[in-house]
Design a protein around this ligand. Structure first.
Ligand code: OSB
Ligand code: MG
Length: 377
């Protein structure tokens, strides 16, 4: 459903940006690289009625998408924040339109929009979940498991997450670390809901290898081909029994519409950062719901800020598959919010307090801040 009641417009006095380096509890390896520290940008909008918080989910290097930390840092200060400050009073629903003349940089736009939204909702005493249209008070929690040194080590890692209660396992794959890894997990854990994520590591010429995954009864294969390979994904979809899910390719409502029209995906991963904001994410949810396409909420190793917002989004009715909405402890020993998301019987609670429904821990935030700037109007 479209947003029923708008958030309160906020009078912007300034915006603070911080680059954080948050240590990961274990290295996270995908087809595009290994991270041991989450480099991420946190946004604080300063308003007469109080602060609002958002998160820009870019990574240090442009390997998952064209966006990256220092590019985001630059474009935010040089173009996007000045465009918002020029308005002074801004409603969250207007942020995307104000920033639309600037091409791309969707993760930056999403982080700014979320901060404005948080401030507006806190002023109204409304939760983000209620605002977005959440219909559940908790969401099933899946976990994304990185590539390990060996398939045996992968099985051990997965066993640990299953013991914790995660209800769905996603493993990262890449050429040479696909069939054996998937077979090892499937053999060890029988009927566990299982899916794989290639992060664009294949081409259509690899279709025969990818078809070997059909025997593992996977929920889906996520983003086997490149971001702009909508036509090839459609061709691959016709060659596989495993449902094809798109992540990187779905950069907007328009891209989602095109992908559905072409038959490029039968499942969609929705990440607010990748599509330019939580409002665009809801629009994609609505499109997919009308088309009978299941969606699930992806993750970008969010801190407690984005993790709270993702839980709210994942509580919308079209999110019929478990998302990468895991507990904070999956990635972090110490989060930057006072009450990090925890796993309760395989679920994560949707916050109910005003705005994001989480409070920042200022000491924890300062401890991981490596760069800070404040832009005043
Ligand atoms: O492809 O879903 C992805 C993390 C960083 C970049 C891309 C992806 C991921 C994940 C982790 O799989 C998801 C999470 O935050 O739990
Ligand atoms: Mg993915």
């Amino acid at each position: 459903m479209p947003i029923a009641r708008p958030a309160e417009p906020v009078a912007l006095d300034g915006v603070e940006l911080r680059v954080l380096h948050v240590p990961l509890v274990s290295p996270f390896t995908t087809s595009f690289g290994t991270e041991t520290v989450r480099e991420v940008i946190v946004v604080r909008v300063l308003t007469a009625g109080g602060d609002g918080w958002g998160e820009i989910v870019t990574q240090a290097d442009p390997l998952y998408s064209s966006e990256y930390t220092q590019g985001a840092w630059d474009v935010a200060q040089r173009f996007l924040i000045p465009a918002l400050l020029e308005r002074r009073t801004v409603a969250a629903e207007d942020v995307a339109g104000i920033l639309a003349p600037f091409i791309g940089h969707r993760m930056v736009k999403a982080g700014l929009e979320l901060a404005v939204l948080d401030a507006g909702l806190r002023a109204q005493g409304r939760s983000l979940g209620e605002y977005l249209g959440a219909e559940r008070d908790r969401v099933p929690s899946g976990v994304s498991v990185g590539i390990q040194k060996t398939p045996e080590a992968l099985v051990e890692a997965v066993a640990g997450y299953l013991d914790e209660g995660y209800v769905r396992i996603k493993i990262k794959i890449k050429p040479g670390r696909d069939i054996h890894d998937t077979a090892a997990v499937r053999d060890a854990f029988g009927a566990t809901p299982l899916q794989v994520d290639a992060n664009s590591a294949y081409t259509l010429a690899d279709a025969a290898v990818l078809a070997e995954l059909d025997r593992f009864d996977l929920l889906l294969i996520e983003q086997p081909l490149q971001e702009d390979d909508l036509v090839d994904h459609a061709a691959l979809s016709r060659m596989l029994r495993t449902p094809v899910c798109l992540d990187e390719s779905i950069v907007s409502l328009k891209a989602a519409r095109d992908a559905l029209a072409l038959g490029s995906a039968s499942v969609v991963n929705i990440k607010a950062g990748r599509v330019g904001g939580y409002l665009e994410a809801v629009a994609i949810h609505d499109l997919c719901r009308d088309a009978g396409i299941p969606v699930w909420c992806g993750g970008m190793l969010e801190t407690g800020i984005g993790r709270a917002a993702n839980a709210a989004l994942a509580a919308l009715p079209g999110f019929t598959l478990p998302g990468d909405v895991s507990a904070s402890s999956r990635f972090y020993a110490r989060d930057i919010v006072t009450e990090p998301a925890v796993l309760e019987a395989g679920h994560v609670r949707v916050p109910t307090g005003p705005g994001l429904g989480v409070e920042i821990d200022p000491v924890a935030l300062d401890d991981v801040t490596v760069q800070r700037v404040e832009i005043r109007r």
